[in-house]
Design a protein around this ligand. Structure first.
Ligand SMILES: C[S@@+](CC[C@H](N)C(=O)[O-])C[C@H]1O[C@@H](n2cnc3c(N)ncnc32)[C@H](O)[C@@H]1O
Length: 196
């Protein structure tokens, strides 16, 4: 099963993943302010948890490469959600004040991450924000847990797609400045500003 079909299938059961992940997305939403009139994009929005929480607060858009995920997000959030690829987003240059991306960036390898960041930078307005939520290597017991998770992702690469990464380096190399970094368990939240 290819990745897109896997996510189409997962869309029906994604509430279960949300039991583990939604907490981190809520934490990330506390780290920046969204004002009325601002344009917000959730790239790889899944079933639209973040879009639902932000409904009515700004101009909210979502995009996901899985039609099943995009349809679910559209139905549940009422936001403008399109099917599209993070490598080639269906938006004009500088369209968004805030670009949010949770548990998507860590699916890709380093060279793909660089390409995605180029695309994020293109659609982000000057001095716009990029908010990334990823699996990372935690500290203490979480270091052990993230190691275990990495092992699972090597044994079952088609199921455990999100690998622990350290995104700061590639983000800063790609023209964003990391303004805030929080590690909760083995999840990293980065709030970055696009440099001009
Ligand atoms: C682990 S889920 C995370 C969903 C959501 N962001 C969340 O935090 O609940 C990964 C999502 O990324 C989407 N995705 C994977 N590759 C993508 C790509 N190249 N472009 C856009 N979305 C992609 C998948 O369809 C899936 O909905």
């Amino acid at each position: 099963m290819d990745r897109r079909r896997f996510y189409d299938w997962l869309a029906g059961y994604y509430w279960f993943v949300g039991l583990f992940d939604d907490y981190y997305k809520k934490k990330a939403l506390e780290l920046f302010e969204l004002k009325r009139g601002m344009r917000f994009l959730d790239a790889g929005c899944g079933t639209g948890f973040v879009l639902r929480r932000l409904a009515g607060s700004a101009l909210i858009f979502g995009v996901d490469s899985s039609c099943g995920m995009a349809a679910s997000a559209r139905r549940r959030s009422g936001a403008h959600v399109s099917s599209g690829d993070c490598f080639c987003l269906p938006f004009r240059d500088g369209s968004f004040d805030v670009l949010f991306c949770s548990f998507v960036f860590d699916i890709f390898d380093f060279s793909e991450q660089k390409k995605i960041l180029l695309e994020f930078s293109r659609v982000c307005a000057p001095f716009g924000l990029l908010v990334l939520v990823n699996n990372t290597r935690g500290k203490g017991v979480f270091s052990w847990l993230s190691g275990f998770y990495l092992l699972l992702s090597r044994i079952f690469p088609k199921v455990f797609l999100n690998k622990p990464i350290d995104a700061s380096f590639v983000v800063e190399e790609s023209g964003f400045a990391v303004k805030k970094r929080q590690v909760v368990g083995f999840t990293e939240i980065l709030v970055c500003e696009k440099m001009c």
